[in-house]
Design a protein around this ligand. Structure first.
Ligand code: FAD
Length: 407
């Protein structure tokens, strides 16, 4: 095949390059990046990395020799700035031009900017890259009062990690419950209770209206709606991300909260594809098109696009799944639970081992499990098989076992 150029040397980009080689693709593969160093995984950045449990070298997705040995060219820090679709060439910031037979956009997402006065003070940080995480880690070492803005995945993981390092931690969430985009109301309530037990001050339905610094420009205090002032020498904003699709938009590709693709991950241009956090795609597991932010989704897209580029039949879409780690809790989500209208709880939240089954009508659409990996695996098998699964009433019966429905 002709040259494949991949924009974005993150999880989805690196996995796409590797999946092409795994399938026996022998043409040139170039991975265009805008970060220093080889591709790395982000999950530890909000967890062990912040407390020194992992060093940067331990984050690498593959050893540096892998790319050399497999003929994958890494451009290093040289972002793509323009796509010439008619000429099928990509221009990088350095002026370098790369011709392509196929272009894969794997540009990921960036933190939503914090829209409050004082957001530019020293000690106010977002978390996406290794550089961001290193800045937070350096400050966490001697921070006394950590303020987390946003009670989503990243905010709560940072809160848990900061507690472990001994800081006083406040989480301010503007919505009425934690992780509202990702989990059901019973799971949100459990998480709020657990963080409070661990000593985190969790404020719901509250907003930070301003951040105030000292004469040296370092953040010291956050002002909340209603006038309360909260000490804050480290502020981590985790208020969601925006997909990086300006390159695609400037080239006239169809975008809308992500680069729009079909089930083969093709954009509105047949030579251009999009994968990972930046792609909005159709899934058999949810209505409409969705954009997912997870390692699993990045890997799945990478394998799919590699099959398409090699002219092979793409593998059937796997059930989407997610995970998060907070304290000793391992939260796993199987399926797309957004849009559920009923839940049933199996197991014992008080013991820290339970699952929330999410239904749309009588149909199971996904399961959120805390320290119940068997429920998680059973849900993935169930949804994949298309078997009817339990009804809400089944799940609430004593002795309920989700595994029994997978046979
Ligand atoms: P990214 O990994 O963001 O990679 C995109 C790359 O493209 C970046 O390096 C970006 O700088 C680069 N880029 C952008 N524009 C250009 C350009 N014009 N030219 C060149 N390069 C460009 N997921 C889970 O499933 N479980 C977890 O526990 C988990 N924890 C997370 C913790 C943190 C702190 C973060 C930030 C994310 C976490 N995620 C987790 C999400 C997961 O990391 C992402 O879903 C995944 O990285 C998406 O891969 P991607 O390649 O699409 O995007």
């Amino acid at each position: 095949g002709g040259p494949v150029v991949i924009v974005g040397a993150g999880q989805a980009g690196a996995e796409t390059a590797a999946a092409l080689r795994d399938r026996g693709f022998t043409g040139p593969v170039t991975l265009v990046g805008d970060e220093p160093g080889p591709p790395y995984g982000r999950p530890p950045l909000s967890k062990d990395y912040l407390t020194g449990g992992v060093e940067p070298g331990g984050l690498a997705l593959r050893p540096p020799s892998y790319y050399r040995d497999h003929g994958i060219t890494l451009t290093g820090r040289d972002p793509a700035v323009e796509i010439d679709r008619d000429g099928q060439r990509l221009t990088l910031a350095s002026g370098r031009e790369l011709p392509y037979a196929a272009l894969v956009l794997a540009t990921g997402a960036r933190p939503r900017p914090l829209p409050v006065p004082g957001a530019g003070l020293a000690g106010v940080l977002a978390l996406r890259s290794l550089e961001d995480a290193t800045a937070i880690r350096d400050r966490l070492a001697d921070a006394r009062d950590v303020l987390v803005i946003g009670g989503g995945f990243i905010g709560l993981e940072v809160a848990a990690t900061a507690r472990r390092s001994g800081a006083r931690v406040t989480v301010v969430e503007a919505g009425p419950r934690l992780m509202a985009r990702a989990v059901s109301a019973p799971m949100s309530a459990f998480l709020a209770g657990h963080h409070r037990e661990q000593g985190v001050r969790v404020l719901l339905g509250r907003e930070v209206t301003a951040l105030r610094g000292d004469a040296a420009g370092r953040c010291r205090v956050a002002e909340l709606d209603g006038g309360e002032r909260v000490p804050a020498d480290l502020v981590v904003a985790g208020i969601g991300v925006l997909p990086n699709c300006s390159l695609a938009a400037a080239a006239g590709l169809a975008v809308g909260d992500g680069v729009l693709v079909d089930d083969r991950l093709r954009t509105s241009d047949r030579a251009v594809y999009a994968v990972g956090d930046c792609a909005r795609f159709p899934s058999p597991y949810a209505p409409g098109r969705l954009r997912l932010e997870s390692v699993r989704n990045a890997v799945e897209h990478a394998r799919r696009v590699a099959a398409v580029l090699c002219g092979d039949t793409p593998p059937p879409a796997a059930v989407p799944w997610f995970w998060s780690e907070q304290y000793a809790l391992r939260l796993q989500i199987a399926g797309i639970t957004q849009g559920h209208d009923r839940t049933a709880v199996a197991g014992d939240p008080a013991a820290g081992r339970f699952s929330v089954l999410c239904f749309r009508g009588e149909r199971l659409v996904g399961t959120e499990s805390v320290n119940r990996p068997a429920d998680h695996m059973a849900t993935r098998r169930l949804l994949e098989s298309g078997a009817p699964g339990p009804a809400p009433a089944d799940a609430e019966r004593p002795g309920f076992d989700l595994k029994a429905f997978t046979r």
